[in-house]
Ligand binder design. Sequence first.
Ligand code: GP0
Length: 827
Amino acid sequence: MNSNNKKTEHYFAKPGVANIGLTKEDIKTSFLEKLFYSLGRIPVVATKNDFYTSLALTVRDRVFRKYVKSLEQYAEEDARGVAYLSAEYLPGPHLGNNLLNLEIVEETREALAEFDLDLDELLKEEVEPGLGNGGLGRLASCYMDSLATLGIPSIAYGIRYEFGIFKQEIQNGWQVESTDKWLQKGNTWEILRPEISFEVKFGGNTEHSRDENNKLHIEWIPDSEIKGTAYDTPILGYQSNSIILRLWKAEATESFDFAAYNLGEYYRAVEKKMRSENITKVLYPNDENLSGKELRLKQQYFFVCCSLQDIIRLHLLQGRKLETLHEKFTIQLNDTHPSIAVAELMRLLLDVHHMEWEEAWKVTKSTFAYTNHTLLPEALEKWPVNLLRNLLPRHLELIYEINSRFITEIREHDFTGEQISRMSLIDDRGEPTIRMAHLATVGSYKVNGVSALHSGLLKEEVLKDFAQLWPEKFTNVTNGITHRRFLAVSNPLLAGLITEKIGKGWLTNLDKLKSLESFVNDEDFRRKWMEVKLENKKNLAAQIKEFTGFEINPEMLIDVQVKRIHEYKRQHLKVLHILSLYMQIKEDGQNNIPPTAFVFAGKAAPGYFMAKRIIKLITAVGDLINNDPEVNKILKVIFLPNFSVKLAQHVYPGADLSEQISMAGKEASGTGNMKFALNGALTIGTLDGANVEIREEVGEENFFLFGLTTEEVAERKKAGYHPYKIYSENEKLKRVLDFLLSEELTKGDTELFRSIYDNLLNQDPYLLLQDYQSYVDQMENVYEIWKDSQKWAKMSIINVANMGKFSSDRSIKDYCEKIWKVKAVKA
Ligand code: GP0
């Protein structure tokens, strides 16, 4: 194609070029073309999946139409851009979101209806990419949505795991895992880019030599090599631009095939090929826990290496010099998972592009910015020096060099010997390891936490010496969520009601919700508000029926805790409360508890013993309560299996009460908390993560607070915490805890929950017993207010009205202003 400076508009202006319109008729035509000419199907033999795929292809064309426009615009303005590096993404189903962003939901519904097809049925067909564990991966996807909507020149890089997060089934009350075959029926949204492919080396050793000018040359002689190939998925913003999510798949390099001249060699070559492809086979299912496995480090290096080479390619393609890389690109490290990038960029600049150290280091530390997502010690990544030496010998040398220069620098300040060894990139107490958070901090121009509380603690605890050294390097960006997916797409009834009242400006400016407050005293509006909630609860009840077989009355208070299962998140505190209600009914003959359905969902890391046992505890309590006719009219306990973005989109709209009950100081931010409140649920929570800011926004009288604060937790632990004492002094709590070992709950296997019981009575590291009474008391208050449905509705409206701050659009604007210094470019 003769492409001399012609914009896409030019080609489209020519007659006979593909019609890419957005009317019902355009959609009908495209849909049939896809069915006939892309899939080779006719309606009588087509499956539901064929129809889904035809529609997805129809929509994809329109999304790419937006993408090429965005690309042109970015290139034309030569704008500074963002590269987002994340080992995890959880985009959720694409189709519904793309329809919203193209503003063709109704046109599409009508077009399909003319073929006797139902849009909602086709939406159900989509299998979502589960390329992440939880909050961190979902946050990255919310940010893609906002980057695209705001027109920020950007590209997101990650790993194309062949198997995403495992599928969770509940068998006999236990979690059972199976592989997630999300690619089985193909993936309509991605495009293979065979020409965008890079080599990645592993192992071997380095050779140092000096040339005639005594300049040092270092060559890395690896012992294996693989290549990474790009798969692009367009992520469309609302009414506007699109960005690309570029995921790398590992493949064998061509050279392996050459050795295949005799049979033995051939099989060895194929075996090697298979081994290299293993790198992107499967996502490690650990959340907030480092896995320490060699393959995991290989995954991290693999995607970082491909992404940096791609960024350099894009930079040079524009005719620029590498010395200006940091002026044209900023690279955001989503946690430490991609932090080996600091050493890799140094390697590329020094060894491949022959820059001098000082210059290379200046470029490197002006390019990266690092987001920390957790203070949990078990989640802070540390890689053994020996593992690095075997896998990435050149990087280990570079890290030693970065460290020795860094130590020289801090020696000039007033740091004590103890501080210096605490700050070192190398931890040599015990087996020597590299502290990846330190590497990321030293190699970045900004470091941020994900809520005000968390960013504060980061500066006071985990990175306090660094904050003393470089106070201006540290900042906060409170997390946000995309209200387009989590309200407009997933809760069309509430979105419709809001739009009817205040117009649709909130879709691009969530602060507009504030004006809903003027309707709290409008009785008619409140009635409609409650009707919408009831409809959403009916829908959630239908999901519960479909996935568990249980029926719940949608009029019940629906009290929900959905998130990864972790002791610090304290799902078992909720269980203790449920058991206290059970005891009240069974033993104290109480019946004034409002009918409540307790809904849980979330995955446990397959190797996390306590988390799996907590799932069994929830299902055992469910078994007991749901089958007891004396109790099950009042209480129901549901565990929804296989939590996902798709399922979440049904859960948040149907919830009345949101459980955000982690021990203060442990949940970096939380983002589920925002999704619930945005859908009109009230929150019971601790002063942890972004709960603090949610409470500030909605007002303390509209938030159910309980539990110790972060400072109180620290004091309590310092003074010596004795859970057994609390147990023996609180009779009702004792009754509940002892019930964990009862015949009734355990069906005779009385040792079943011994580990949970012992842990709580002896250590209780997350202070469940400490916060128990405060939680139960606050739940009493919840029930009081629930009985006053008008008051509840008012509080619900006020919550939604004050969610403006928690849009990921605000978060991304904060990143642009406080960190990236990048400006929007609108196509
Ligand atoms: C933090 F360190 N988070 C980690 C991790 O390995 N995985 C993960 O999902 C989460 C935090 O727990 C969070 O508080 C936070 O909001 C999220 O990262 C995004 O910042 C739970 O939602």
